[in-house]
Design a protein around this ligand. Structure first.
Ligand code: UD1
Length: 331
Protein backbone atom coordinates (compact mmCIF):
# COMPACT_ATOMS: atom_id res chain seq x y z
CA UNK A 1 0.00 0.00 0.00
CA UNK A 2 1.29 3.41 -0.95
CA UNK A 3 -0.31 6.22 1.05
CA UNK A 4 -0.20 9.56 -0.73
CA UNK A 5 0.43 7.57 -3.91
CA UNK A 6 -0.92 10.26 -6.22
CA UNK A 7 1.36 12.96 -4.81
CA UNK A 8 4.66 14.08 -6.26
CA UNK A 9 7.09 11.50 -4.85
CA UNK A 10 4.31 8.95 -4.31
CA UNK A 11 3.24 8.82 -7.96
CA UNK A 12 6.83 8.35 -9.19
CA UNK A 13 7.28 5.57 -6.65
CA UNK A 14 4.05 3.83 -7.70
CA UNK A 15 5.36 3.79 -11.29
CA UNK A 16 8.64 2.19 -10.22
CA UNK A 17 6.83 -0.36 -8.02
CA UNK A 18 4.42 -1.37 -10.80
CA UNK A 19 7.32 -1.64 -13.26
CA UNK A 20 9.19 -3.84 -10.77
CA UNK A 21 6.18 -6.18 -10.68
CA UNK A 22 4.53 -5.20 -7.38
CA UNK A 23 0.75 -4.96 -7.03
CA UNK A 24 -0.04 -1.55 -5.61
CA UNK A 25 -2.92 -0.14 -3.57
CA UNK A 26 -2.94 3.64 -3.47
CA UNK A 27 -4.63 5.37 -0.52
CA UNK A 28 -4.89 9.12 -1.04
CA UNK A 29 -7.42 11.73 0.10
CA UNK A 30 -6.65 13.97 -2.91
CA UNK A 31 -6.08 16.92 -0.58
CA UNK A 32 -2.93 17.85 -2.49
CA UNK A 33 -3.06 15.57 -5.53
CA UNK A 34 -5.07 15.32 -8.73
CA UNK A 35 -7.00 12.26 -9.81
CA UNK A 36 -5.75 12.53 -13.41
CA UNK A 37 -2.36 11.35 -12.14
CA UNK A 38 -3.94 7.89 -11.72
CA UNK A 39 -4.62 7.54 -15.45
CA UNK A 40 -1.14 8.90 -16.18
CA UNK A 41 0.37 6.16 -14.00
CA UNK A 42 -1.67 3.63 -15.98
CA UNK A 43 -0.52 5.17 -19.26
CA UNK A 44 3.15 4.87 -18.29
CA UNK A 45 3.03 1.38 -16.79
CA UNK A 46 0.11 -0.24 -18.68
CA UNK A 47 -0.96 -1.55 -15.28
CA UNK A 48 -3.82 -0.66 -12.95
CA UNK A 49 -3.16 0.01 -9.29
CA UNK A 50 -6.11 -0.15 -6.89
CA UNK A 51 -7.11 3.39 -5.93
CA UNK A 52 -8.88 4.18 -2.65
CA UNK A 53 -9.93 7.75 -1.89
CA UNK A 54 -9.47 7.59 1.85
CA UNK A 55 -8.48 9.99 4.57
CA UNK A 56 -6.02 8.20 6.84
CA UNK A 57 -7.04 10.49 9.71
CA UNK A 58 -10.22 8.39 9.72
CA UNK A 59 -9.29 5.37 11.86
CA UNK A 60 -12.25 3.20 10.78
CA UNK A 61 -11.61 3.86 7.10
CA UNK A 62 -7.90 3.10 7.51
CA UNK A 63 -8.64 -0.20 9.24
CA UNK A 64 -11.04 -1.18 6.47
CA UNK A 65 -8.16 -1.14 3.95
CA UNK A 66 -6.22 -3.63 6.04
CA UNK A 67 -9.34 -5.76 6.48
CA UNK A 68 -10.09 -5.87 2.77
CA UNK A 69 -6.63 -6.30 1.27
CA UNK A 70 -3.68 -8.47 2.11
CA UNK A 71 -0.95 -5.88 2.53
CA UNK A 72 2.71 -6.94 2.64
CA UNK A 73 4.25 -3.51 3.12
CA UNK A 74 3.26 0.12 3.50
CA UNK A 75 5.08 3.09 2.02
CA UNK A 76 3.77 6.07 3.93
CA UNK A 77 4.01 9.31 1.96
CA UNK A 78 0.67 10.85 2.91
CA UNK A 79 1.37 14.10 4.76
CA UNK A 80 1.08 17.84 4.50
CA UNK A 81 4.39 19.47 3.59
CA UNK A 82 4.19 23.24 3.51
CA UNK A 83 6.52 24.82 6.06
CA UNK A 84 4.73 28.18 6.02
CA UNK A 85 1.25 26.63 6.30
CA UNK A 86 2.46 24.58 9.26
CA UNK A 87 3.71 27.71 11.02
CA UNK A 88 0.33 29.37 10.46
CA UNK A 89 -1.67 26.31 11.56
CA UNK A 90 0.52 23.98 13.64
CA UNK A 91 -2.26 21.91 15.24
CA UNK A 92 -3.64 21.02 11.82
CA UNK A 93 -0.19 19.67 10.89
CA UNK A 94 0.20 17.63 14.09
CA UNK A 95 -3.31 16.27 13.74
CA UNK A 96 -2.96 15.36 10.09
CA UNK A 97 0.63 14.11 9.84
CA UNK A 98 0.80 12.33 13.19
CA UNK A 99 -2.86 11.25 13.31
CA UNK A 100 -2.60 9.49 9.95
CA UNK A 101 0.73 7.85 10.91
CA UNK A 102 -0.84 6.60 14.18
CA UNK A 103 -3.84 5.15 12.34
CA UNK A 104 -1.60 3.37 9.84
CA UNK A 105 0.59 1.93 12.63
CA UNK A 106 -2.38 0.87 14.80
CA UNK A 107 -3.89 -0.88 11.77
CA UNK A 108 -0.57 -2.54 10.94
CA UNK A 109 -0.31 -3.81 14.50
CA UNK A 110 -3.88 -5.10 14.52
CA UNK A 111 -3.63 -6.82 11.13
CA UNK A 112 -0.05 -8.01 11.60
CA UNK A 113 1.50 -6.10 8.73
CA UNK A 114 5.13 -5.61 9.73
CA UNK A 115 6.81 -3.58 7.00
CA UNK A 116 6.76 0.18 6.58
CA UNK A 117 8.89 2.68 4.68
CA UNK A 118 8.53 6.24 5.99
CA UNK A 119 9.03 9.54 4.14
CA UNK A 120 11.24 11.70 6.27
CA UNK A 121 13.25 14.76 5.39
CA UNK A 122 16.63 16.39 5.72
CA UNK A 123 14.66 19.01 7.62
CA UNK A 124 15.18 16.86 10.78
CA UNK A 125 18.86 17.96 10.81
CA UNK A 126 18.11 21.68 10.97
CA UNK A 127 21.28 23.79 10.51
CA UNK A 128 24.00 21.12 10.62
CA UNK A 129 27.27 21.60 12.53
CA UNK A 130 29.21 19.35 10.17
CA UNK A 131 28.89 18.68 6.46
CA UNK A 132 27.96 16.43 4.79
CA UNK A 133 25.29 15.18 7.17
CA UNK A 134 25.24 11.50 8.03
CA UNK A 135 22.33 9.55 9.49
CA UNK A 136 24.02 10.00 12.89
CA UNK A 137 24.06 13.79 12.73
CA UNK A 138 21.87 15.04 15.58
CA UNK A 139 18.35 16.46 15.26
CA UNK A 140 18.18 20.21 15.80
CA UNK A 141 15.16 21.93 17.24
CA UNK A 142 12.58 22.06 14.45
CA UNK A 143 11.69 25.54 13.24
CA UNK A 144 8.22 24.56 12.07
CA UNK A 145 5.41 22.18 12.98
CA UNK A 146 6.08 20.45 9.64
CA UNK A 147 9.65 19.73 10.73
CA UNK A 148 8.45 18.56 14.17
CA UNK A 149 6.02 16.11 12.60
CA UNK A 150 8.91 14.48 10.72
CA UNK A 151 11.05 14.28 13.87
CA UNK A 152 8.15 13.02 16.00
CA UNK A 153 7.09 10.62 13.24
CA UNK A 154 10.54 9.05 13.32
CA UNK A 155 10.35 8.77 17.11
CA UNK A 156 6.93 7.09 16.99
CA UNK A 157 8.32 4.64 14.44
CA UNK A 158 11.42 3.91 16.49
CA UNK A 159 9.19 3.07 19.48
CA UNK A 160 7.08 0.82 17.25
CA UNK A 161 10.18 -1.07 16.11
CA UNK A 162 11.37 -1.36 19.72
CA UNK A 163 7.93 -2.68 20.64
CA UNK A 164 8.53 -5.48 18.15
CA UNK A 165 5.51 -5.20 15.89
CA UNK A 166 7.06 -3.42 12.91
CA UNK A 167 10.17 -3.38 10.75
CA UNK A 168 10.90 0.09 9.54
CA UNK A 169 13.01 1.94 7.00
CA UNK A 170 13.09 5.71 7.32
CA UNK A 171 14.20 7.59 4.20
CA UNK A 172 15.41 11.15 4.69
CA UNK A 173 15.00 13.04 1.43
CA UNK A 174 17.14 16.02 0.56
CA UNK A 175 15.61 18.31 -2.13
CA UNK A 176 13.52 16.29 -4.61
CA UNK A 177 13.16 17.89 -8.05
CA UNK A 178 12.53 16.83 -11.65
CA UNK A 179 9.84 14.69 -13.22
CA UNK A 180 9.29 11.39 -14.98
CA UNK A 181 10.98 11.25 -18.41
CA UNK A 182 7.57 10.75 -20.07
CA UNK A 183 6.46 14.15 -18.71
CA UNK A 184 3.16 12.45 -17.81
CA UNK A 185 3.68 12.94 -14.08
CA UNK A 186 5.58 15.57 -12.09
CA UNK A 187 5.25 18.09 -9.31
CA UNK A 188 1.88 19.87 -9.17
CA UNK A 189 2.11 22.66 -6.61
CA UNK A 190 -1.24 24.26 -5.74
CA UNK A 191 -1.13 28.03 -5.85
CA UNK A 192 2.19 29.82 -5.51
CA UNK A 193 5.04 27.30 -5.17
CA UNK A 194 7.12 27.42 -1.98
CA UNK A 195 9.94 25.38 -3.42
CA UNK A 196 12.67 26.65 -5.70
CA UNK A 197 12.49 24.38 -8.77
CA UNK A 198 8.76 24.76 -9.48
CA UNK A 199 9.12 28.51 -8.93
CA UNK A 200 11.95 28.59 -11.47
CA UNK A 201 10.08 26.56 -14.12
CA UNK A 202 6.85 28.54 -13.60
CA UNK A 203 8.78 31.78 -14.01
CA UNK A 204 10.48 30.34 -17.09
CA UNK A 205 7.15 29.64 -18.82
CA UNK A 206 5.67 32.96 -17.73
CA UNK A 207 3.19 31.73 -15.08
CA UNK A 208 5.13 33.84 -12.54
CA UNK A 209 6.56 37.21 -13.34
CA UNK A 210 9.75 37.02 -11.34
CA UNK A 211 11.73 34.71 -9.09
CA UNK A 212 13.10 36.17 -5.87
CA UNK A 213 16.37 34.70 -4.62
CA UNK A 214 16.02 34.60 -0.85
CA UNK A 215 19.32 36.13 0.26
CA UNK A 216 22.77 36.42 -1.31
CA UNK A 217 24.62 37.25 1.90
CA UNK A 218 25.12 33.72 3.20
CA UNK A 219 28.58 32.40 3.97
CA UNK A 220 28.84 30.44 0.72
CA UNK A 221 30.91 30.96 -2.46
CA UNK A 222 28.24 33.03 -4.25
CA UNK A 223 26.31 34.05 -1.11
CA UNK A 224 23.20 31.96 -1.87
CA UNK A 225 22.06 28.85 0.02
CA UNK A 226 23.31 25.41 -0.93
CA UNK A 227 21.10 22.31 -1.28
CA UNK A 228 21.43 18.70 -2.38
CA UNK A 229 18.97 18.41 -5.27
CA UNK A 230 17.92 14.86 -6.02
CA UNK A 231 15.98 13.57 -9.03
CA UNK A 232 12.54 12.29 -7.99
CA UNK A 233 12.96 9.15 -10.13
CA UNK A 234 16.18 8.25 -8.29
CA UNK A 235 14.30 8.82 -5.05
CA UNK A 236 11.42 6.62 -6.21
CA UNK A 237 13.82 3.77 -7.03
CA UNK A 238 15.20 3.85 -3.49
CA UNK A 239 11.70 3.08 -2.20
CA UNK A 240 11.56 -0.09 -4.28
CA UNK A 241 14.92 -1.19 -2.84
CA UNK A 242 13.83 -0.34 0.70
CA UNK A 243 10.58 -2.30 0.29
CA UNK A 244 12.45 -5.31 -1.09
CA UNK A 245 14.90 -5.13 1.79
CA UNK A 246 12.03 -5.34 4.27
CA UNK A 247 10.14 -8.06 2.40
CA UNK A 248 13.29 -10.18 1.99
CA UNK A 249 14.21 -9.67 5.66
CA UNK A 250 17.62 -8.32 4.67
CA UNK A 251 17.73 -5.53 7.25
CA UNK A 252 20.26 -5.41 10.06
CA UNK A 253 17.86 -3.95 12.60
CA UNK A 254 14.12 -3.33 12.83
CA UNK A 255 14.68 0.42 12.49
CA UNK A 256 16.99 1.65 9.76
CA UNK A 257 17.54 5.16 8.43
CA UNK A 258 18.99 6.22 5.08
CA UNK A 259 19.82 9.64 3.68
CA UNK A 260 18.76 10.03 0.06
CA UNK A 261 20.73 12.69 -1.74
CA UNK A 262 23.42 12.92 -4.41
CA UNK A 263 26.06 14.08 -1.95
CA UNK A 264 26.62 17.22 -4.06
CA UNK A 265 25.61 20.68 -2.99
CA UNK A 266 24.50 23.30 -5.54
CA UNK A 267 23.69 26.88 -4.70
CA UNK A 268 20.46 28.65 -5.64
CA UNK A 269 22.42 30.76 -8.18
CA UNK A 270 24.08 27.66 -9.61
CA UNK A 271 20.65 26.13 -10.16
CA UNK A 272 19.38 29.30 -11.83
CA UNK A 273 22.42 29.44 -14.12
CA UNK A 274 22.15 25.74 -14.96
CA UNK A 275 18.45 26.24 -15.75
CA UNK A 276 19.27 29.07 -18.16
CA UNK A 277 21.99 27.01 -19.84
CA UNK A 278 20.00 23.76 -20.13
CA UNK A 279 16.74 25.33 -21.32
CA UNK A 280 18.11 28.31 -23.25
CA UNK A 281 15.59 30.45 -21.36
CA UNK A 282 16.46 33.72 -19.66
CA UNK A 283 15.04 33.78 -16.17
CA UNK A 284 13.62 36.96 -14.71
CA UNK A 285 14.97 37.05 -11.16
CA UNK A 286 15.91 39.51 -8.44
CA UNK A 287 17.86 39.21 -5.22
CA UNK A 288 15.67 39.62 -2.15
CA UNK A 289 16.01 39.27 1.61
CA UNK A 290 16.51 36.01 3.46
CA UNK A 291 13.51 33.71 4.07
CA UNK A 292 12.96 33.02 7.77
CA UNK A 293 14.02 29.53 8.80
CA UNK A 294 16.25 28.77 5.80
CA UNK A 295 19.36 26.68 6.33
CA UNK A 296 22.58 28.11 4.86
CA UNK A 297 24.05 24.92 3.49
CA UNK A 298 23.13 21.26 3.61
CA UNK A 299 24.04 18.20 1.58
CA UNK A 300 23.97 14.49 2.23
CA UNK A 301 26.44 11.84 3.03
CA UNK A 302 24.54 9.15 1.13
CA UNK A 303 27.24 6.50 1.47
CA UNK A 304 25.10 4.36 3.78
CA UNK A 305 22.37 4.07 1.12
CA UNK A 306 25.06 3.43 -1.53
CA UNK A 307 26.61 0.66 0.52
CA UNK A 308 23.66 -1.02 2.19
CA UNK A 309 20.62 -0.28 0.02
CA UNK A 310 22.79 -0.65 -3.10
CA UNK A 311 21.28 2.63 -4.27
CA UNK A 312 22.98 5.53 -5.95
CA UNK A 313 21.58 8.70 -7.47
CA UNK A 314 22.18 8.32 -11.20
CA UNK A 315 20.60 11.43 -12.70
CA UNK A 316 22.51 14.70 -12.57
CA UNK A 317 21.46 18.32 -12.27
CA UNK A 318 20.99 18.83 -16.04
CA UNK A 319 18.61 15.88 -16.20
CA UNK A 320 16.68 17.18 -13.18
CA UNK A 321 16.23 20.52 -14.93
CA UNK A 322 15.46 19.04 -18.37
CA UNK A 323 12.72 16.78 -17.00
CA UNK A 324 11.21 19.48 -14.77
CA UNK A 325 11.15 21.84 -17.76
CA UNK A 326 9.55 19.25 -20.08
CA UNK A 327 6.87 18.61 -17.44
CA UNK A 328 6.23 22.33 -16.86
CA UNK A 329 5.77 22.81 -20.59
CA UNK A 330 3.28 19.95 -20.79
CA UNK A 331 0.84 21.15 -18.08
C1 UD1 B 1 11.86 23.09 2.06
C2 UD1 B 1 11.51 22.99 3.50
C3 UD1 B 1 11.80 21.58 3.96
C4 UD1 B 1 11.02 20.59 3.13
C5 UD1 B 1 11.33 20.77 1.67
C6 UD1 B 1 10.39 19.93 0.84
C7 UD1 B 1 11.90 25.25 4.43
C8 UD1 B 1 12.72 26.06 5.34
N1 UD1 B 1 12.26 23.97 4.28
O1 UD1 B 1 13.26 22.85 1.94
O2 UD1 B 1 11.45 21.47 5.31
O3 UD1 B 1 11.35 19.28 3.53
O4 UD1 B 1 11.14 22.14 1.30
O5 UD1 B 1 10.77 19.97 -0.49
O6 UD1 B 1 10.95 25.71 3.83
N2 UD1 B 1 14.44 29.78 -2.71
C9 UD1 B 1 14.53 31.02 -3.32
N3 UD1 B 1 13.41 31.50 -3.93
C10 UD1 B 1 12.23 30.84 -3.95
C11 UD1 B 1 12.16 29.57 -3.33
C12 UD1 B 1 13.28 29.08 -2.71
O7 UD1 B 1 15.58 31.66 -3.31
O8 UD1 B 1 11.24 31.36 -4.52
C13 UD1 B 1 15.64 29.25 -2.06
C14 UD1 B 1 15.45 29.02 -0.56
O9 UD1 B 1 15.75 30.18 0.15
C15 UD1 B 1 16.42 27.88 -0.31
C16 UD1 B 1 16.46 27.10 -1.62
O10 UD1 B 1 15.92 27.98 -2.60
O11 UD1 B 1 17.68 28.40 -0.04
C17 UD1 B 1 15.64 25.85 -1.60
O12 UD1 B 1 14.34 26.17 -1.14
P1 UD1 B 1 13.14 25.11 -1.17
O13 UD1 B 1 12.99 24.55 -2.52
O14 UD1 B 1 11.94 25.77 -0.56
O15 UD1 B 1 13.65 23.92 -0.25
P2 UD1 B 1 14.19 23.92 1.27
O16 UD1 B 1 13.96 25.22 1.93
O17 UD1 B 1 15.56 23.38 1.26
Amino acid sequence: MVTGGLGYIGSHTVVELLQAGFNVIIADNLSNADIFILSRIQEITKREPVFLEIDLCDYEATQTIFQQYKIDAVIHFAALKSVSESVANPLFYYQNNLGSLMNVLLSMKKYRVRNIVFSSSATVYGEPDKLPVTENSPFKKALSAYGSTKQMGEEILESSAANGFADIIVLRYFNPVGAHESALIGELPRGIPNNLMPFITQTGVGKREKLTVFGDDYNTADGTCIRDFIHVVDLAKAHVLATERLLNRKYESAFEIFNLGTGNGFSVMQLINAFQRVTGTTLNYQIGGRRAGDIECIYADASKANRILKWKAELGLDEMIRSAWKWENSI
